[in-house]
Design a protein around this ligand. Structure first.
Ligand code: KG4
Ligand code: ZN
Length: 357
């Protein structure tokens, strides 16, 4: 029997130090042998957001240990690894450099190929880690750094249908939480507080809801929250604002996803309609439920990666590495960090919004 490829994935693009070993099962499907994620929440808590230099230092301190743990848990030896894949972007340049340099050094010392990975490609393919999923599908990627609709047409073939013209959705959750006095990262806490409040108490704006196709915008919403948060007095007001924010996001995503469905169908004419939601914010149960309902109405199959694969992890990086390894797509050691690396290189213009990115 042929030896199955064994890929070490490394992820340090923001505030998670992660390493994973991914291989294949007997049917050629990806198989996670280990998946270690070390979060830096405690490092950044007191600053209310990620401090790049502190994040990079923390990656440096932990990367060695996290990679060792990933190897150990996989039951394999470092010498068994066939290639080392690492996130090269997008992300914080000082953080990306740590994982990338570590991966390159390992590649030299083990004499095994080095593979650079786009973090967004990891999120885009992450559901393949535990679900049989054929191309094409529509992806909504909602994380702390990105919010976009992409048609995923094949490995390496992605088209951006819409994106945020200002803040990412996770950022909007975290900023709202900060204004309500909740520790970073407040996204998950907002979801909990929202359950205790009245979602109809505050009428919040839904920026570009009726224009810009399936592009998104959250900056105006944040400004409105800032204004209201200065006036709130009681704990009840706080719950009501969290609930109103959560409800507004649900309405924005419902409407914009419906538009994205139309664009996806028009462009791809898919035989089967499949919708995947990935990224940290995809852990939000209310968002999951509202989008699941929309999929039922519109006859889409709906796929969410399990919660532990929604947020940043290295299994999704190793997965992209595995595919590139099979295609013999290796990179040279001068591959740079690409802090603004887009998946769809053509999408320089945001349709309808008139903004160049
Ligand atoms: O994908 P991720 O782990 O990292 C990035 O690539 O950014 O996403 C992190 C983001 C944070 O903004 C966090 O507040 C948000 O995902 N998040 C949530 C929830 N869980 C994580 N936002 C809303 N509701 C949640 N349950
Ligand atoms: Zn991410």
């Amino acid at each position: 029997m042929n030896k199955k490829p064994l890929i070490l994935g490394i992820e340090t693009s923001c505030d998670e130090t992660a390493a994973s070993i991914v291989s294949e099962n007997e049917w050629g499907e990806p198989k996670i042998l280990s998946n270690i994620v070390s979060s830096q929440v405690d490092v950044h808590k007191e600053f209310g957001g990620v401090v790049p230099e502190l994040a990079a230092r923390s990656h440096l301190e932990k990367i060695d240990l996290i990679v060792k743990k990933a190897i150990e848990e996989s039951g394999k030896k470092i010498e068994d690894v066939d290639a080392i894949a690492s996130t090269a972007g997008p992300g914080l340049v000082v953080c990306l450099s740590v994982g990338l340099s570590f991966a390159k050094a390992l590649s030299v010392s083990l004499d095994k190929p080095f593979i650079s990975v786009n973090h967004l490609e990891g999120h885009a393919l992450s559901p393949k880690l535990n679900t049989k999923l054929n191309f094409p599908y529509l992806l909504l990627l909602i994380s702390g750094g990105h919010s976009q609709f992409l048609s995923v047409e094949n490995f390496g073939k992605y088209k951006r249908l819409g994106t945020t013209i200002d803040d990412a959705l996770g950022e909007a959750f975290d900023k709202t939480a900060k204004l309500l006095g909740i520790d970073f990262p407040g996204g998950p806490q907002i979801e909990i507080l929202a359950k205790k409040g009245n979602p109809n108490k505050f009428d919040l704006p839904k920026p570009i809801i009726n224009k810009g196709g399936c592009n998104l915008s959250f900056a105006g919403l944040k400004t409105a929250i800032l204004r209201i948060s200065k006036k709130i007095k009681t704990q009840k007001d706080k719950f009501d604002l969290a609930a109103s924010f959560q409800k507004t996001i649900e309405e924005i995503l419902y409407k914009k996803t419906k538009i994205a469905f139309e664009e996806f169908e028009k462009k791809l004419k898919p035989k089967k309609k499949v919708f995947v939601v990935a990224g940290g914010v995809a852990s939000n149960k209310k968002i999951r439920s509202i989008l699941t309902n929309l999929c039922k109405e519109e006859n889409y199959e709906n796929i969410f990666p399990p919660i532990e694969l929604c947020g940043d992890n290295a299994a999704m990086i190793a997965l992209v590495g595995l595919e590139k390894f099979k295609q013999k797509k290796f990179d040279s050691l001068d591959f740079p960090t690409l802090p603004r690396w887009q998946l769809d290189e053509d999408a320089k213009f945001l349709k309808g919004a008139g903004v160049k990115i």
